[in-house]
Design a protein around this ligand. Sequence first.
Ligand code: T3D
Length: 263
Amino acid sequence: MTYQNIRFEVQDGIARLTLNRPDKLNSFTGAMQLELRAALDAVQDDNSIRVLVLSGAGRAFCAGQDLTDPEMAMKPRLPDIGNVVEKYYKPLILRLQNLRVPTLAAVNGIAAGAGASLALACDLVIAARSASFLQAFSKIGLIPDTGGTWFLPQRVGMARALGLALLADKLPAEKAADWGLIWQVVDDSQLAASVDKLAAQLAAMPTKALVRTRQVMHAAPSHTLEQQLSMEGGVMRELGWSPDFAEGVAAFMEKREPKFTGK
Ligand code: T3D
């Protein structure tokens, strides 16, 4: 597939997906959503890929929904944006959450609206010091969607989640890291190198264990302790039969670095 609104490259087990509408701060259109979907499906189907890196071209990460997209047209009647959510945003976030590789958002600039939610749907978020996160929704009379109401309170607690969502103030990357919204902030000049290093590290790790960790941790809020312990047991059983577990233990015994294959 050729892409017009994103860039998608795979090298050395690392898939790099870059939102690529820099003049419009990489805001989402229907066409971009379809390309994102195709690229995520390509990641899912390619067993050589061990990590996905998501970033934005130019000065922004993503400014959320393109408010000028025809599907958002206010005339001749107000749009059914619930339908847009169902058609594009819900499948996008579910694809990311069910992806068979760990995901890393490299936030190079502002992440606003659904763009912020997209970053928060990734397993790890690393941001440039000049980047910021903006829950822009209340400014236009909407709620945090694209999983925002799920990810935000889980990451920073209800008081800060509500403050961010209601007031829609820009949260600088450094404060976002202090609050636990994101994993790490680095100097702008260090972002590319830090992302490469982290991506290479993740790509060399036992992929299944990383993804199961995401799944089990996200399941916890809707489980009792007993249910969670049972889920942990089931996943440990599955991983205990995996080649990467055998390799990890063998490498420990033999006092060498493990060579994980993601199997
Ligand atoms: O569809 C549904 O189902 C609803 C789903 C909604 C999910 C959402 O994401 S709702 C939230 C939508 N996003 C926003 O409301 C953010 C709007 N943008 C901004 O508030 C600001 O642009 C930023 C704070 C992100 C950045 O400000 P600044 O000053 O750095 O840049 P700028 O000058 O405002 O923007 C640069 C250009 O990008 C400009 O175009 P121009 O004038 O140079 O031709 C601007 O219009 C364009 N742009 C920025 N954001 C959007 C956009 N164009 C369309 N849609 C955008 N969201």
